[in-house]
Design a protein. Structure first.
Length: 478
């Protein structure tokens, strides 16, 4: 293998916080010209509870969607670049197609990024609000809906419905299709509706009238009752965003309540009994009490103008996520992430592109950027690696590296059934300073650091076993 091929396939990422991370790329990703691993940058950290490592990676244009199939596997979607907004991909106009990418986290130190496919027959709808049912994802393009199988990485229906949808949601066998209908071509919707589509019979069974600039639907089954929440963005700057509440009774959905929200409702998400409504214009996040259908709590996000919050993701019942990222994380269009810590909104980190979509893989956070500060399409994905969790997952392998910091000797203790084949030590520039072949598989290996002429700083012990490679950072101090 050529040297630079090896570097691309096994790129050691390092930071002053001392945790390495190896990338493993499939060959089809490596052949894409926009994969430039040499432009990874490490950013300053602002942590709320525990340390995490922030870095960015370039993939495709306009990252818009993150969807899990399990704890350690997720799918990323990129809307592409439509230079003349006609919905037709034309490479002669330097347009870039929509893309589908899968990422898989293999603890403690590997992240596999695989290019699944490019969509060369159109662009994803933006904002991207697909509907997920198990491993099926119903995806709205600008002029149709397709169905993807996230488990098998295939399209199972490339033209499910020839219809424009601004958003989709799903419950049981019912697909809710949100439509903004522009009759006169002036880019302002003349009609706003939600189509109720029966997937079992492949037929539309009802149409619900929505309010101004319908944005998203969220079906919720709560204490024996089925509700459909319809978020309406309202007119820009008009402070007229509304939430419609529909309830299922007598074999149909009927509107039972309309709640005034503020300016520019953008996104809804639910975890347990907490339904969050993200307001981009008024920079608020409302929480709805599902029992009385009233706003019970509102958090003000410190943004202004059109830089308000975009999306929210809950940490769920994962303690490692909560320790690093708080109860939930909110993205904003002034390039920041905020978190709820001790019932207060605090700034988690500031990056250099506008973040559109969020999600967790393992105990770490992934954020897709859509635009730069001038609203040019961005191709950056941010990874926020939970150091605490990574250390715990590392220790689960049964190999210990101690003491840390080290001053004279470094010890490698093998409590596992794996055979250690060799040990290497790298400095913070990725240069190897020690290489030792291990024989007889001792339970403890001692490395005399003072004989290596090391300077004070961060180093990485790379332990090669017969099953895998494990890397552990440590600090050397004379």
């Amino acid at each position: 293998m050529r040297t630079y091929d090896y570097i691309y396939n096994r790129l050691l990422l390092q930071s002053t916080f001392g945790i390495p991370f190896f990338y493993q790329f499939s060959e089809d990703v490596m052949n894409r010209r926009i994969i430039l691993l040499t432009i990874l940058f490490f950013l300053p950290l602002k942590t709320v509870q525990s340390e995490f490592l922030t870095f960015k990676h370039e993939l495709y244009k306009t990252g818009v969607g993150f969807y899990n199939t399990n704890e350690n596997t997720a799918h990323l979607f990129f809307a592409g670049y439509d230079s003349n907004f006609d919905g037709i991909y034309d490479p002669e106009l330097n347009e870039e197609p929509a893309f589908w990418v899968r990422i898989e986290y293999v603890p403690p130190t590997f992240l596999d990024i695989k290019h699944i496919m490019e969509f060369d027959d159109g662009f994803l709808q933006f904002p991207f609000r697909p509907a997920q049912k198990d491993n099926l994802l119903y995806i709205p393009f600008q002029n149709k809906i397709i169905i993807c199988d996230l488990e098998n990485n295939t399209i199972i229906n490339d033209n499910f419905l020839e219809i424009s949808a601004s958003a989709l949601s799903i419950f049981d066998n019912f697909l809710f299709i949100t439509q903004r209908i522009d009759l006169d071509g002036d880019f302002f919707p003349d009609e706003n509706i939600v189509i109720v589509y029966n997937l079992a019979n492949n037929i539309a069974i009802d149409t619900l009238e929505a309010k101004t600039n319908v944005q998203q639907t969220l079906p919720v089954f709560w204490k024996g009752q089925f509700y459909l929440f319809v978020l309406n963005e309202g007119a820009f700057g008009a402070n007229d965003s509304q939430l419609q509440v529909f309830k299922y009774a007598n074999y149909r959905l009927s509107e039972i309540k309309v709640i005034d929200l503020g300016d520019t409702g953008n996104f809804m998400a639910i975890y347990d009994d907490r339904l969050a409504i993200v307001m981009n214009g008024s920079s608020e996040v409302h929480f709805l009490d599902l029992d009385n259908l009233e706003i019970s709590k509102t958090y003000q996000i410190p943004t202004s103008d059109w830089n308000g919050p975009r999306e929210i993701v809950f940490s769920g019942d994962n303690d490692n996520r909560k320790n690093a990222f708080g109860d939930f994380v909110i993205s904003t269009y002034d390039n920041k992430l905020f978190s709820l810590l001790n019932n207060e909104i605090v700034e988690l980190v500031e990056v250099d592109y506008k973040i559109e979509s969020l999600g967790f893989i393992g105990s770490s956070l992934v954020a897709l950027s859509a635009f730069d500060d001038y609203y040019n399409p961005s191709n950056v994905v941010y990874f926020f690696l939970n150091i605490t969790s990574s250390v715990e997952e590392y220790n689960a392998y049964g190999i210990e590296v101690y003491p840390n910091p080290a001053s004279e000797f470094l010890y490698i203790k093998n409590n596992s059934n794996d055979f250690i084949l060799s040990i290497e030590i790298y400095d913070s520039n990725g240069m190897i300073v020690y290489n030792f072949s291990v024989t007889n598989n001792p339970s403890i290996t001692a490395i005399h650091l003072n004989k290596l002429n090391l300077v004070n700083g961060i180093y990485f012990a790379k332990i090669n076993t017969h099953k895998e490679i494990i890397t552990k950072p440590f600090i050397f101090i004379r």
